[in-house]
Design a protein around this ligand. Structure first.
Ligand code: AMP
Ligand code: MG
Length: 509
């Protein structure tokens, strides 16, 4: 049997300077750890008999025969190249913690190719951890099991939360160790993206003053991701503004769920507006706007509250790369960049406000009078170290006294006054007869019960290191439907006990 992936590759039609054509390095003993059959279906992936006829096989993880599992493991470890794959490693540069590195590139990721999915969208299929490339510098081109599972769990959770993200299609163990501080089991994650083009991809060519390449790349991005920009009198100006809008939407989404990316370098900033490169990322437990998890972020550059500003900084760099395409003079180009940044700022504010108002049950189109409710709640949450996820979730409880909600705060008149003011705002919006039912349903549809809490993710990684994938499976199941509270899974809503707290997450190398 073989796997059919209907590749329709386009990135490899760009000039040679954009990539290195290179095949994955085979691994000794690939074992399938997980396969995302729903996503596979979206990507029109299927199984064929050796004679090319379709196999009517169930690709659900539980239903995979040994034969199918090893066929999938061979493909998603890079050992077998499926028909139509034209593997390559992409070139890019990037600002890392503010410092420009002119050459990064896919040092351990290999793009197998692209498919047109069932909705007609072009999607990249990439193996991460597939071996060395021209861009590997000192690295081994591999990934360790822990970070692979973290990326798989967290990216799928983000998708279920409705936040744009790369997806995870498969993960395999390689059967080979990777050497970090200690030897660890090696693994490969198959990542799916609307495109793996980063702000750093533009920076790569800007640093080389290769305006032709910048133009080719901009045209490619317009055709693939923002085709309506072609109709605009100035397509490149429209493109910059569209990418700004997409990032504004993305980062507002992170803020609404308490997500901290951890390494918002320009090479980890996708022009498709998707969350990409899950390294030392985490969701907050108790609310702290200054929260940082990444062990390499010593100055808190990428703290929760800094994310909107850093995204803007990244986008200003993109603007500078596009400048030669925006106008004939630098002054005029700068004006266009400033105008786009203004769009970013106002779009971000609008998304941020709309999202947080929804989280407290308000859909109003005139946020002015009720916005102080959001700010006051966040201030109280910060002061009382309230759990970010549960505070919002519990506000939607069918309970006049809001008992669970109140447990998040020190019992004082402050929170009582807030609840009274909030109830008045809800009445004003839904009408005086309303018993909060509608507002509760609306809140419970946007405030998750389950997020990939760091201590649970760590627990799953540790179990997987010992060969037990059950905790990973349980998390994947809960997080696929994060708004539905399930009996028997209450502990997955709980923040960590003092001894379970994970203070730092480590870079995903
Ligand atoms: P990241 O921290 O994953 O965003 O990666 C930053 C840069 O380092 C990218 O160019 C990666 O391809 C490269 N890189 C990270 N880990 C490795 C590795 N184990 N081997 C080779 N290159 C790597
Ligand atoms: Mg990266």
């Amino acid at each position: 049997m073989k796997i059919s992936i209907p590749f329709r590759n386009t990135y490899n039609t760009l000039p040679d300077v954009f990539f290195q054509k290179i095949e994955p390095t085979p691994v000794s003993d690939p074992q399938l750890l997980h396969f995302n059959s729903t996503l596979a279906q979206d990507l029109c992936i299927s199984l064929l008999h050796d004679d090319g006829t379709a196999m009517n096989a169930d690709l659900k993880p539980a239903g995979l025969s040994q034969d199918i599992a090893s066929t999938l493991a061979a493909v998603f470890s890079g050992n077998t190249l499926p028909d139509g794959a034209e593997p390559l490693a992409m070139a890019y540069a990037g600002h890392q913690f503010g410092h420009f590195v002119p050459q990064l590139g896919d040092g351990r990721a290999i793009l197998l190719g692209e498919v047109t999915d069932s909705a007609g969208r072009q999607r990249d299929i990439q193996l991460k951890g597939a071996g060395r490339t021209r861009f590997s510098r000192g690295g081994d081109g591999r990934a360790a099991l822990g970070p692979v599972i973290r990326e798989y769990i967290v990216s799928e959770a983000m998708h279920a939360l409705g936040i744009p993200t790369t997806r995870a299609l498969a993960m395999v163990r390689t059967g080979e160790p990777v050497y970090r501080e200690t030897p660890l089991p090696g693994a490969i994650v198959t990542r799916v993206a609307n495109a793996h083009i980063r702000v750093g991809t533009f920076e790569y060519f800007a640093a080389r003053q290769n305006t032709d390449a910048i133009k080719s790349l901009a045209d490619y991005v317009i055709n693939r991701l923002y085709p309506h920009c072609r109709e605009h009198p100035h397509p490149y100006r429209a493109l910059l503004t569209e990418i700004m809008r997409a990032q504004a939407n993305l980062v507002a989404g992170w803020m609404h769920v308490g997500f901290i990316h951890g390494v918002m370098n320009t090479d980890n900033c996708s022009v498709a507006g998707e969350t990409i490169d899950y390294g030392p990322c985490a969701f907050m437990d108790h609310f702290d706007a200054a929260r940082v998890f990444s062990s390499i972020d010593h100055q808190g550059r990428y703290a929760y509250k800094n994310q909107p500003l850093i995204a803007r900084w990244n986008l200003e760099n993109l603007g500078a790369c596009l400048a030669p395409l925006l106008a004939d003079t630098t002054e005029e180009a700068v004006d266009h960049i400033k105008a786009s940044v203004e769009v970013y700022r106002s779009e971000f504010d609008a998304h941020w406000q709309r999202g947080f108002l929804r989280k407290i049950g308000l859909e109003t189109t005139s946020p002015g009078p009720v916005l102080p409710l959001v700010h006051e709640l966040l201030e109280r949450m910060q002061k009382d170290r309230a759990d970010f996820t549960n505070t919002f979730r519990f506000l939607g409880d069918d309970d006049e006294n809001l008992t669970r909600f109140r447990t998040q705060f020190r019992p004082d008149e402050g929170i009582d006054a807030w609840i009274q003011a909030w109830k008045s705002a809800i009445k004003l919006e839904y009408g005086p007869e309303n018993d909060l039912k509608q507002a509760r349903a609306a809140m419970n549809a946007v405030n998750p019960a389950y997020i990939p809490r760091n201590h649970r993710v760590e627990e799953a990684l540790t179990a997987a290191l010992h060969g037990d994938m059950q905790p990973t499976q349980t998390l994947l199941d809960l997080l696929a439907d994060p708004y539905r509270e399930r009996h028997g899974y209450e502990v997955y809503m709980e923040p960590p006990k003092p001894e379970e707290v994970v203070h730092q997450t480590f870079c995903g190398t």
